[in-house]
Design a protein around this ligand. Structure first.
Ligand code: 5CA
Ligand code: ZN
Length: 418
């Protein structure tokens, strides 16, 4: 898929340090191994049935900062993102609104691309829609079946059977163990599976947690002929195949919002390990979920703050970034409408601070070192923002260096043309 134009990133003097990151799988802060000065990142992309909301933006912004941290440390980054452009909620929305599902997806992908561009997000080098990889995904499902890890579940409304992944067998014959990614007990896993696209109650499954690998064609749903019959792929195996296809296995970080820890990232890892013999990623990083009006912001609930609406109403993209970056990426927080005004005030104060001459300015190199230290500490943006508040209130000896640092490390523009 076409991506969007990359923002300019100013080169700063010296080098930052590679960031220490919280790995959900180990529960620890770690430096995921980086080989040949090249970090590889896969972030789960949108299901394109409603425009980009602030929760999506917060997730993609966290991984934008992660890449900025690597780049500032002299590490090349390879970034892959998927688009889940065929999935139940998308098809349901298309049906409910009488729109062709493909048109709905295409429109929302265009809007997402434009939102990401306007927010100054680094684009992925590999931007891959599920519908571009149906054959590869079906072949992976066929391979899982050959390995004895997939089984048929009969259907009543389709000519074929559905295929499921055998979670118990996978723990006997592969290196993957349930809980490798998600630090949850089985009771919670069942609950989350029911809430997040799984079907623990479905009859005919060997284990309630077993996830769908292939859905046999149903009337009125899109389907493809493939090595495992006519139908469409299950959600987790899509990301396993797209991620490994773009980056190979054992890449640096698998990322997404906290709602993806289980079942999505657990089973994406399970399928990938079964298919390749090696774990999918070194670290699994997750962004805290953002709420609005007292509930997690979600397309299904409809309590959305849309990025395109904020921008069209005149919000400065740098202010939207600051409104989000005021919170650590791992914390769960609620957006209030006045947060945007607060962020605009902060941006204005910084812009004035950059332009102001002062008697007793701070050493800009020292401020840069503090910014880099906070960024390397699990992307500690609240500390970075406080550092810039203090520095630009007092004044700095080289304002252009601080403007370049804000632009390069935070994607926040302080001077015209910066
Ligand atoms: N297509 C799948 C991933 S393969 C999906 O979850 N799509 S999504 O459109 O629902 O979400 C896109 C990304 O935004 C995911 O990484 C998801 O975890 C994240 N996300 C969704 N809602 C929120 C929220 N309220 N706060 C933070 N991140 C969120
Ligand atoms: Zn995914």
């Amino acid at each position: 898929m076409r991506t969007w134009t990359a923002p300019e990133i100013a080169k700063l003097p010296g080098l930052g340090r590679p960031p220490k990151l919280f790995n959900t799988a180990s529960g620890r802060l770690e430096h995921p191994p980086i080989s040949n000065d090249r970090a590889t990142l896969y972030v789960c992309g949108i299901t394109p049935y409603d425009a980009t909301h602030l929760g999506h933006a917060a997730t993609y912004l966290a991984f934008d900062l992660m890449q900025r941290a690597w780049l500032d440390a002299g590490i090349e980054t390879v970034y892959a993102q998927n688009i889940t452009d065929v999935d139940d909620p998308l098809l349901e929305r298309a049906k409910a609104t009488g729109v062709d599902w493909k048109h709905l997806a295409d429109d929302q992908i265009s809007l997402f691309r434009s939102d990401m561009f306007r927010l100054g997000m680094l684009p992925p080098q590999h931007y891959v829609a599920v519908t571009e990889r149906i054959d590869e995904i079906a072949n992976a499902v066929a391979r899982l079946r050959e390995l004895g890890l997939a089984y048929e579940v009969p259907t009543t409304d389709s000519v074929g059977d559905d295929l499921y992944f055998d979670v118990r067998q996978a723990q006997v014959s592969t290196e993957w163990r349930l809980g490798d990614v998600a630090p949850y007990d089985e009771h919670l896993m069942q609950q989350l599976s029911a809430e997040r696209g799984g079907d623990p109650q479905r009859e005919g499954k060997r284990d309630p947690l077993d996830p769908l690998l292939w859905r046999s064609a149903r009337d009125g749903e899109p389907s493809w002929e493939s090595a495992v019959g006519t139908g469409r792929p299950g959600w987790h195996v899509e990301c396993s195949v797209i991620a490994a296809g773009a980056l190979g296995n054992a890449f640096t970080v698998q990322g997404g919002g906290g709602d993806l820890v289980f079942p999505h990232h657990e089973f994406t890892a399970a399928h990938a390990t079964a298919l390749s013999g090696t774990p999918l990623a070194h670290a699994y990083c997750h962004v805290g979920l953002i709420s609005y009006e007292g509930h997690k912001m979600s397309k299904s609930r409809g309590n959305l703050v849309l990025i395109s609406r904020l921008l069209d109403a005149g919000a400065d993209p740098s202010a939207i970034r600051l409104g989000i970056l005021a919170h650590h990426y791992r914390s769960e927080w609620e957006w209030f409408d006045e947060d945007l005004q607060k962020a605009h005030r902060r941006l204005q104060a910084w812009r004035e601070g950059i332009a102001r001459e002062t008697e007793d300015p701070l050493d800009a190199h020292e401020v840069l070192a503090q910014l880099r230290q906070a960024l390397a500490n699990d992307l500690d943006t609240p500390v970075m923002l406080a550092t810039l508040d203090a520095a630009l209130d007092r004044g700095v000896d080289q304002p252009e260096l601080i403007a370049a640092a804000a632009q390069s490390l935070l994607g926040v523009v302080l001077v015209e043309g910066g």
